[in-house]
Design a protein around this ligand. Structure first.
Ligand SMILES: [Fe+2]
Length: 417
């Protein structure tokens, strides 16, 4: 995995910045560590102890679990193997808070995370404080000869925690959407405003383009290796598909027209009884949607959210268009021809989540991070309103199963000419 130990998470640095003195590097990492850890707590601060226990479906995890799991990640992959002075906080915790790392040992069943009322929230707070203090000591005192190697683990731990910061919000929104009182995560929450201006399609530069991360600054292993792809003559929508456009799909009986759907998609529509995007419901005969600010009227001008791959694909067929491939999307992003690339909705692509040519998962348990999921999922690009600032990249590959729609997932269209 191409990483450097001199570019703290969430901070942008010029490519090939001169190497800093070690003390400055340590200080930068300490600050980055504190900033990211504090953001997790800030996001959880809106939630009561009861909110933090709930697990509303197998795919979602309790907020308390997220806070503990990201802490376990530093304990398991940084402190235990690299800090001889570190003492495990509680021998029971690795079983409870390991997610899917088979090489890191046995783990609790994912669908039953919501049953763990103890350790309680106070125990998790103490666990975080214990690991925070140990990581900060470690960053301050790690021998110079080991610094680059182990600070790279701090770096991936911070990016990992940022991913869970997003999940903390998507998972609690799912739980709140199950609550008949429509609770708001934040009553003052404001939806990000989409770019206005002329809609339509823009040309993507056709030809052979480099796709993937070039190794300057942090990336996850699944963004590598950088490789050439042939981009056809295709145009991409400047804007994201809106709720207003989605209402046209609903009005045209899109959810009841089997010819628009992939076979698995149609089976899912029928099994789930879908007739609108996730979290949409009719109130006083008007469509409303559950948001982080509670139940609100659907804004026709806003980009659609909480659609599955199946729905995105059906909508594209309805519109007589296509979804872009991830390579087309990345080429367009690098050419700066799209609006709302980041910060509103992840955008489904028509690309299956597969290894790039020559990809090899890293050695060891961290090799399980991305590589073993490269089957049966689809790639989303961009970032969403829940993505922490500084976590987005043009080469970033998010991935979910085709029926998933509890993420902030939308789409933009492409057309072949
Ligand atoms: Fe994780």
């Amino acid at each position: 995995m191409a990483r450097t130990a001199t570019s703290p998470a969430t901070r942008r640095e010029p490519a090939q910045a001169p190497k800093r003195p070690l003390d400055e590097t340590r200080q930068a990492w300490l600050e980055a560590f504190r900033r990211v850890r504090a953001e997790t707590e800030a996001r959880a601060a809106n939630l009561s102890a009861e909110d933090q226990i709930v697990q509303s479906m197998a795919d979602a995890s309790p907020a308390k679990w997220h806070r503990a799991h990201v802490t376990w990640f530093f304990e398991q992959f940084l402190l235990v193997p690299h800090d001889p002075a570190y003492r495990i906080f509680d021998e029971r915790f690795p079983f409870l808070f390991n997610s899917y790392y088979v090489a890191a040992g046995p783990r609790h069943a994912r669908p039953q995370r919501g049953l763990i009322t103890r350790p309680n929230g106070e125990d998790v707070r103490a666990y975080r404080a214990h690991v925070d203090a140990a990581v900060e000591r470690f960053i301050a005192h790690v021998p110079a000869a080991d610094a680059e190697r182990v600070l790279a683990i701090v770096e991936i731990g911070l990016h990992h925690e940022q991913q869970h910061q997003e999940l903390l919000l998507t998972d609690i929104l799912h739980a709140f959407a199950e609550n008949p009182t429509d609770p708001a995560y934040d009553p003052d929450w404001k939806a990000p405003r989409a770019t206005q201006g002329p809609r339509g399609y823009v040309e993507i530069p056709a030809g052979i383009h480099a796709i993937g991360h070039d190794g300057r600054g942090f990336c996850f292993d699944n963004e590598t290796p950088v490789h050439d792809e042939l981009i056809p003559h295709v145009r991409i929508a400047r804007h994201l598909v809106t709720n207003g456009e989605w209402l046209e799909f609903i009005a045209a009986k899109g959810y009841a027209t089997p010819s628009l759907w992939l076979s698995d998609g149609w089976t899912t529509v029928q099994a789930e009884g879908w007739d609108a995007p996730g979290y949409w419901r009719k109130k006083d005969d008007k469509w409303h949607v559950m948001t982080l600010g509670g139940l609100r009227p659907v804004d026709h001008a806003a980009p659609v959210q909480h659609v599955s791959y199946y729905e995105a694909d059906a909508f594209a067929r309805f519109a007589g268009k296509n979804l872009p491939s991830e390579a087309e999307w990345e080429t367009a992003a690098r050419a700066n021809v799209m609006a709302d690339v980041f910060g509103i909705a992840w955008q489904w692509t028509r690309s299956a989540y597969l290894p790039y040519p020559g990809y090899r998962a890293p050695e060891g348990a961290l090799g399980e991070y991305n590589g073993k999921f490269m089957i049966s999922q689809m790639v989303l690009r961009g970032s969403s309103l829940a993505t922490p600032e500084g976590h987005e990249r043009v080469s970033y590959r998010n991935f979910f199963y085709p029926p998933a729609r509890w993420q902030f997932s939308g789409l933009r269209l492409a057309e072949f000419v």
